[in-house]
Design a binder for this molecule. Structure first.
Ligand SMILES: [Zn+2]
Length: 81
């Protein structure tokens, strides 16, 4: 097999594989760890104050819906309505 054909095959196949892998990941594990609170659901007070508060973005759960899953849910909602 020539090298050019192999490179072209890889350039076409790899993005498709990564997309399918991400779609599968969105289906199996729709939530991912929230980056700001690192999955704890708590963030420290700013300006050196002691203590913590619940993370306002994830409501203290430490989980965020993946972007792909969010888009999928929006598409399903549009289709249903
Ligand atoms: Zn959070």
């Amino acid at each position: 097999m020539p090298t050019d054909t192999l490179i072209a095959f890889a350039a076409i196949t790899l993005p498709i594989l990564f997309t399918l892998r991400y779609a599968f990941l969105c289906y199996v594990r729709p939530f991912r760890e929230h980056q700001r609170c690192r999955g704890t659901g708590r963030i420290p007070y700013p300006f050196g104050l002691s203590g913590w508060r619940f993370c306002p973005r994830c409501n203290g759960t430490g989980l965020r819906l993946r972007l792909g899953r969010r888009l999928w849910n929006r598409t399903r909602r549009l289709y249903r309505d």
